[in-house]
Design a protein around this ligand. Sequence first.
Ligand code: FAQ
Length: 314
Amino acid sequence: MSKESKAQEFQERIDNGETIEPKDWMPERYQKQLIRMMSQHAHSEVVGMLPEGNWITRAPSLRRKMILLSKVQDEAGHGLYLYSATETLGASRQEVLDDLLNGRAKYSSIFNYPTLSWADVAVIGWLVDGAAIINQTMLARSSYGPYSRAMVRICKEESFHKKQGYEMVAQMADGTPEQQEMIQDAVDRWWWPTLMMFGPHDEDSPNSAELIKWGVKSKTNDELRQSFVDRHVQEAHAVGLEIPDPDLEYNEETEHWEFGEIDWDEFWNVVRGNGPMNKERMKTRREAHENGKWVRKAAEEYARKQRLQKEKAS
Ligand code: FAQ
């Protein structure tokens, strides 16, 4: 069968809603796009442990500490499922990790902002996990089997993350004047960076059209961002919090909240490595990788010994 016929058959499978599995034929470009997106996603989960991890030792109660520990561990797990899913496309873990550590790979812009107070932990759970769920519920229906299956489980865990975040946000918004001020300040600092998580406007998004054609994404960056705004503005107002956007206005006709323009210079600056915490985040990841060398070495040695024993026994 010619490459063109294979590509046509592949597109028909996608259009019929079939799932593509690792051993199936796929266009090279589909494979490359998935490796790019899934490895960036895995890196985001792992780097995403750092802003909240920063507060584990300073959690205000044992209950909050247990929840936060569990949440941060979940993010590590998400990174591992996603690295494994990326391996099914032929990209080795070593390769994709090297790309991250050498600064060649991207990860989500949101994790390059500092967590200045405990209220940031609440707001990350509510807004950042809230944004992740909206994006990832769509990806749970993506055409690539290992990615969509990983997303189903990840979304369940992210739902718990969002609930614990919103519960804390609501408590602080109903708390002392100092707590109310802290939580509003955190919302003011995280709102716009969270809107940036969805990526550039559709007309400036070079990858969207191809990803939609191949059923990896089924909604555009702007469509997902609008769903996020519609849901989270209501949730903010329900607990008496303000959204830091003077242009925010409900449109009765479209039944959507209209919002102001994102500062795209800030977004691209962060993506290019010049955000407030980019250097710090990469330094921490490189140190963690270096400090974990002996663990990887021990695991390799253990696997080698197991192999030898099996060979002897057979
Ligand atoms: N940050 O053409 P598009 C989480 C890049 S996980 C940095 O629109 P696409 C869980 C983009 O890569 C959060 N770079 O790209 C958690 C591309 O560059 P490239 C991560 C960004 O792929 C919660 C260029 O701009 N989620 O939060 C960003 O169609 C709490 C042009 O963009 C995922 O990764 C950005 N925000 O759409 C963990 C989900 N946006 O590669 C801890 C999977 C865009 O061509 C605590 N990924 N860029 O050089 C996706 O859904 C998509 O890849 C998008 C971007 C929506 C991120």
